[in-house]
Write a protein that binds this ligand. Structure first.
Ligand code: FHN
Length: 576
């Protein structure tokens, strides 16, 4: 175990200086200009790297598992990435169309990629010795890429951090969390002072018990005082909902943006969010890891920006300092696509047509960009009519385009030969600010359900995740669903038709879940809920009729479920 040089006195002093940790609330908000600049960038490079690349196993998580702890902690002695060339990394990011870069300055294993004044467990103690963070910060500046750092608040190596491995399997005999907190504050300040101003500080590892909301909110305020333009993610405090990455009680838990991980966040224009995802499977380099196809890479980006989010796309460099050539090539292919269509991504907002099986859309000023990824089996793609006139339309990926529209729909006609495998890009010019158009769902296969795309609410949503909101059961997309938390035995989904309608038929698609044991279909009469239909199980799918009832509000009321119910589609139909 390397000594933590100077750190004891410095940290003790810092603990005294840092004073009261408690922060009543986290009502500080991010610097507006900095947030807009970052959101406009839309696409960044994530880099997970450290001595563990010598083993090809996962950074942090393989310590004490695939790699014995003692061996893992001494990898730094062999770490000598002589092929490391910061300029090449920054050029790779630039060629990919990436506008910012986040590197794991310190991951859960505690190793620091910069020569820190507060520890010897850092790059200066390796044969390589060079300051990776400094060289990368300079290269990013040269390539006009916003430089950012990742910092793990959990540190399974540091003697003062109580836990020594994932999920607290091992606890350290002697530990001192306040002293560790001072160390952490000193190091994060050091990163800003030596390599800043940083675009953002990407925290992680906040889920473990030793980290508290007070530590997190205190750190947020502390760093914002040092650099007011710094953006900080929601993993600095304790509000993050697992891998869904949304923030619970954001007025109490600090953080400027949500962080869905290895999944595309739900459509959300109200709060900035960023999906982080690996180009392969593992975060750190792994030999022969599965790499995503170009189609998957670009569609991930388009679905993310279509949801009004950023994409932080991860590469894991090898132990010699190079990024695998196949990853470099894939990123270049993404850059080539963005070279042609970047104006539909950078500086745009998500919508107004919400992401779905059909594709996604973005908008900017009086332009709407459609990324059509799937088409109906026959006929045109039907989009909901717009409240603004379409003054011009253009197919940006070449070929023929015909648009017909009526009061209800806009029909997009593109001959099969001109439909592109990754996305057919169509630009609509409208007579106003496109962002003002109310977001709307698009169905590839219209069921005719009058509940399609209508406002909905539910008694419970799985981890409050945008991905599982009740609207997902009303979108005519059999690949999206409303989901509820584990242990939920009763739940309801309510839909507002917007006006009274006479309904006498319904379809519920539960798929393989088969968790419902008793349910009602109800309608609101005055302030009372009345039952139009009752049954026991739904099974994969249930279609049923009942005496016509006229109402504006309808709901699926699940009275008994053996586990958290999940519904792929809830459709109701007008009496013929
Ligand atoms: O444990 C880390 C993991 O190694 C990786 O850094 C990801 C990236 O967001 N975050 C944590 C897992 O949620």
């Amino acid at each position: 175990m390397l000594v933590f040089k100077k750190s004891v006195m410095v940290c003790l002093l810092s603990v005294l200086v840092s004073g009261c940790l408690a922060v009543e609330s986290s009502d500080t908000s991010p610097d507006t200009a900095a947030m807009k600049r970052w959101q406009d960038m839309r696409f960044g490079m994530f880099i997970h790297w450290g001595p563990v690349a010598l083993k090809g196993t996962e950074i942090g998580w393989s310590r004490g598992k695939q790699v014995p702890t003692e061996e893992y902690d001494r990898l730094y002695e062999q770490f000598n990435p002589i092929e490391f060339n910061a300029d090449e990394w920054a050029q790779t990011a630039a060629d990919a169309g990436m506008k910012y870069l986040v590197i794991t300055a310190k991951h859960h294993d505690g190793f620091c990629l910069w020569p820190s004044a507060y520890t010897d467990y850092d790059i200066a103690s390796t044969p390589f010795k060079r300051d990776v963070i400094s060289e990368l910060a300079r290269a990013c500046k040269k390539h006009d890429i916003l430089f950012c750092t990742y910092y793990s608040v959990c540190d399974w190596y540091h003697p003062d951090y109580p836990l020594g491995s994932p999920a607290g399997r091992s606890q350290k005999a002697e530990h001192n969390m306040d002293r560790y907190y001072a160390y952490l504050k000193n190091q994060t300040k050091e990163l800003i002072d030596n390599y800043g101003p940083l675009g953002l500080m990407w925290f992680d590892g906040e889920w473990e018990k030793p980290w508290t909301r007070d530590y997190g909110n205190g750190l947020y305020t502390y760093l914002k005082d040092i650099q007011p333009t710094l953006l900080i993610n929601n993993r600095v405090s304790k509000g993050r909902h697992g891998m869904a990455g949304t923030t619970k009680q954001s007025h109490l838990n600090a953080g400027d943006f949500d962080t869905p991980e290895q999944r595309i966040g739900g459509f959300n224009r109200k709060r900035p969010w960023e999906t982080c995802m690996t180009i392969c499977r593992q975060w750190a380099w792994k030999p022969n890891d599965n790499m995503k196809s170009l189609k998957e890479c670009i569609q991930t980006l388009l679905y993310t920006v279509g949801g009004d989010g950023n994409l932080l796309f991860n590469v894991g460099p090898m132990s010699d300092g190079r990024i695998e050539s196949r990853q470099v090539e894939r990123l270049k292919e993404m850059g080539d696509w963005l070279e042609q269509h970047g104006d539909t991504v950078y500086g745009t907002r998500g919508g107004p047509f919400k992401p779905g099986k059909w594709g996604a859309s973005t908008c900017k000023d009086n332009k709407i960009n459609l990324f059509v990824m799937n088409w109906p089996k026959e006929g045109p793609l039907q989009m909901p009519a717009l409240p603004m006139k379409i003054v011009k339309s253009e197919i940006k990926t070449g070929g023929q385009l015909r648009i017909s529209s009526n009061e209800e729909t806009i029909d997009i006609h593109v001959p099969v030969k001109d439909r592109r495998e990754i996305a057919t890009v169509i630009e609509l010019t409208v007579g106003g600010q496109a962002f003002e158009i109310a977001p709307a769902d698009v169905a590839l296969y219209k069921s005719g359900s009058v509940a399609f795309g209508k406002p909905a609410k539910a008694s419970n949503v799985f981890q409050n995740s945008e991905q599982y909101v009740p609207a997902k059961a009303l979108d005519d997309d059999a690949e999206t669903r409303w989901a509820t938390d584990a242990g939920t035995k009763e739940a309801w989904l309510e839909v507002d038709l917007g006006k009274d309608m006479t309904i006498d038929r319904a379809m519920i698609h539960e798929g393989d879940w088969n968790r419902v044991r008793k349910f009602e279909l109800q309608y609101k009469s005055g302030s009372q809920w009345k039952t139009a239909y009752t049954d026991s199980t739904i099974g994969a799918e249930k279609q049923f009729e009942f005496s016509p009832v006229t109402a504006r509000y309808f709901r699926l009321n699940i009275l008994q479920a053996i586990e958290g119910p999940t519904i792929w589609e809830f459709q109701i139909f007008e009496s013929k």
